[in-house]
Write a protein that binds this ligand. Sequence first.
Ligand code: TTJ
Length: 636
Amino acid sequence: MENKVSTSYDETQIQVLEGLEAVKKRPGMYIGSTSSRGLHHLVYEIVDNSIDEALAGYCDTITVTINEGNIITVEDNGRGIPVGMHPKMGIPAVEVVFTVLHAGGKFGGGGYKVSGGLHGVGASVVNALSKYLEVEVSDGEHVHFQRYEGGKSTGPLKIIGDTKKTGTKVTFLADDEIFETLEYEYDVLLTRLREQAFLNKGIRIILEDKRGEEPISKEFKYDGGICSFVEYLNRAKTPLHPEVIYFEAEKNDVVLEIAMQYNDSYTESITSFANNINTTEGGTHETGFKTALTRVLNDYAKKHNLIKEADKTLSGEDAREGLTAIISVKVLEAQFEGQTKTKLGNSEVRGLTESITAEGLDTFLEEHPQVGKIIIEKALTAARAREAARKARDLTRRKTALESSTLPGKLADCSDRDPAKTEIFIVEGDSAGGSAKNGRDRAYQAILPLWGKMLNVEKARLDRVYGNDKLLPVIMALGAGIGEDFNVEKLRYHKVIIMADADVDGSHIRTLLLTFFFRFMRPLIEGGYVYLAQPPLYKVSKGKKEVYAYDDDELARVMAEFDGEGKIQRYKGLGEMNPEQLWETTINPETRKMLRVRLEDAKIADEIFTILMGDAVEPRREFIQENARYVTNLDV
Ligand code: TTJ
């Protein structure tokens, strides 16, 4: 009998080409964007396939290499993508994986696909968006090879050698006509791969960067899984109890894991994942966890007479102050909702997370009464501090109501009152502040100079931030309040621009302000109102011609343009520029460069801040060592 090929080869090819054309035409629909972020998604998409193979139990090592020229290689030691004919398509299964949209995953094997990049679109999308892609499958006997260009195979799958090993190796070069940049950021890939290693315990993930003069390589393998993740997040903090609290459960095809540990800071850090995807918008797993946590702590405190004041209860915020937690859930069919599709919608997950958390935490507390006591005391202190902060806030409210719209004395305000049209520059240092004042357009640009050492936000509670003479002007100038009272609708400027030098002090101020905004005015960051000014690093002049360069690459380009005869002036600080120069290079919307701060940037600033300002010495030493190259770059 003839085999049951339901589709002819020609039809398949047409289907393939139409599918891939759609991807090229609207790349954003498939990978979110064609910016740096979309570029990095290509790597995640490929790596996720290897992680699935590891979760199925057939692979323990994944190597990701950034080669010279930003060519990526991902290699695993799994079973290898099947090379046999696909019964319906009439082409090898591996070719289907790379050329047919939405193919991939199930090839006869049981088990289900739990990982998957943010968009979970598969390898064919990566292929469609690559200049070329090559796959090598080792099946224990032969090495099979196929190459694609612009998504199309350049020839049939063929055997290029013998092997005793098994595994899959994929090499690709992203298409520079589709992506705004091809430059992979080592730290971005590092963070993501480390996270995947935490979430999938026992898998060895290696990242190599071969672009520089000396190759760098880093290896992750965490047998402790998300417990190790919590320890890692708390590494620069002082834990309130030695062991990480952990519970897991599996029910109706839902696998749930929770790890948590309190530290002596005031920050809440709950990070949740669904099918290995970071659910930054939260969802049912997070709400289930939070509900159970608040209830269990209140019940436990009552039962053991740990709350002295009658009818006092702990709020959710009290219960979460200083808590670092990871929630990881794996479900068969995750529903992702929300603006960025990072909010878990599956309603069955809420109840499950709530009951598992309640049961697990209650058991833990009953078995560890000393830890129970410490946690309740922490939450009670938080409750009292919140009370004090509320009182302080009421006082300031009354005061501002009396003095009606007091603005800080140092603020050089603009004349336009329409927030949508106005900007405020928060400027480091008095001399730069003077230049900025004279170099701005006072119709719509306000300047607020900051000077001196700022408050250490890490150690400050909300009630102290109120009394701080460096941050108070910022709060007053923005006019939108702070903490729970923050109201973005009252914001007086829709662009809040941090302007600081490109040196160590400047980066300190930036980190500090971003951390402050992240902790106390988060909607400001989430709404995309915060920017970083980008002053130039160099001025190059030749005769009457003057050109500014914003980084070393640009300097090299300008020098080449000037046939190597330009005179280079390196700006050490904003204060060295006169008002006209500052206007032209940094303030004028027509000519300036500015970076919009994303939530991730602020989160990283917050982490750096914790490491630099926290009590723990070892992580600080490590951080400074690891970042020595940046620091020296900035410090010359
Ligand atoms: C599927 O079930 C049968 C045996 O092989 C399974 C499989 O496809 N495993 C697999 C796929 N391991 N690794 C991959 C893979 C690796 C990379 C780097 C890229 C892609 C698209 C798949």
